[in-house]
Design a protein around this ligand. Sequence first.
Ligand SMILES: Nc1ncnc2c1ncn2[C@@H]1O[C@H](COP(=O)(O)OP(=O)(O)OP(=O)(O)O)[C@@H](O)[C@H]1O
Ligand SMILES: [Mg+2]
Length: 429
Amino acid sequence: MSGLPVLRAFEAIRGRVATALGGERLAVIDLGSSRISCLIAEIRHSLLDRTLLDRDVDIYAALRVVAASSAPSAGMKDGTIHDPKATAEALRTVLRDIHDQSGITPDRALFALSGGSPRTLQTASTSAIPVRVVDDATVGRIMASCRQEIALRIRRPLHIEPLDFTRNGVPEIADPRGHGARTLGMRFGIVTVERQALERLGAVASGAGLAVSGVACAAAASGFAALTQDELDLGATVVDIGAHVTGVASFYRNRLRSVHSISIGGAAMTRDLGEAMGISFDDAEAMKVGPHAAGFSADPSILGGAGPGEPTMVLTGVIRPRVEEIFELVRAVLPTGEPRPVILTGGGSRMQGMVQAGTAVLDRRVRLGRAIRTRGASQSVLGPEFAAVNGLLAHAIRLQCEPWAEAMSTVRDGEQAFGGLRQWLRENW
Ligand SMILES: Nc1ncnc2c1ncn2[C@@H]1O[C@H](COP(=O)(O)OP(=O)(O)OP(=O)(O)O)[C@@H](O)[C@H]1O
Ligand SMILES: [Mg+2]
């Protein structure tokens, strides 16, 4: 059988994060097109226990932020690195600041990336051998038999999510254990990104003296940070509006279901504003981010009303068509079926009027998101533009506390055969 053994790839992803969580601290870094942000969190090992999930203990308290820094990024375009040297230099600046604050110099980190053209696919495996009672070992065997064709020369898996089961032909079973089964199937969701984007990230990390403990899609990470547990369970979509990329990540039954990316973000709004007003990109950016501080005379026909309670440039001004374009592209990739809420994150969500514009175009409940799970950090690093970096902390904890870890650990056959794959994944991420 050819194809990527899904379980082994998942174990490789979990294994690297587990190694990072084995130390005293975890470093997480969002390499964005406009900003690089880094958090260092202390690890409380006693709370990193999967069995606590059933006991209503807040597992996210296992990580407590002790240092944070953010600085303009460099050498990035459309969420991917095009000048690794420049990006590594910008990252070193952030790491120096972390060291000055805390004396800490991380040697490894978990990264978020908005680019790399994420794509989602699903794969399933089915066993027709009847079992009297499905247990962890049965689930482990099904997981081990699951493979997916991925053009590994071109793309690599970043997120692997065990989604659900099919028992005796009945789909969407959350947990088949304890029941008999004539046939049993299991479904995985896999998010892949372009290999080249990861290789460049690896080059940047090593240029800044860091090993890569894992990589997450920025939009997925933002969802882990900003969605409430109800939203994760009942279904919701995070729309992370960055400078050059708008990432769309959908969740349901506490699992990441899909990631899409759209190559427009806040920078396009800045360009529109600059062109309309005949000013430079930097001046337009200053005006957009702080309209009153910049000292421009606000022309209502361009900006929309500027006073309290008046329509903003998102709703009536020059930026409106661009915002509508972004939300229309988002609408095209939202999951079909009942309209689930949308949570806006990323710096672009800070534009006044985004929630109203999103509600009008997407025709569903839209709210602003911020990081809600992080401990120890000041409010200034919990805003929407920091959702992705905060979400990496939650992502690490989720991987560590994976509910099917027990089932996975029952699979040891063929370990040797997969040793090569592990080594290869280790070298190539
Ligand atoms: N207060 C604000 N009002 C309006 N726009 C803002 C505000 N703050 C930031 N932005 C916009 O948010 C964008 C940057 O967002 P963010 O920091 O999330 O991007 P990034 O993660 O660096 O980039 P990407 O995700 O595209 O790789 C910029 O276009 C910036 O103009
Ligand atoms: Mg971003």
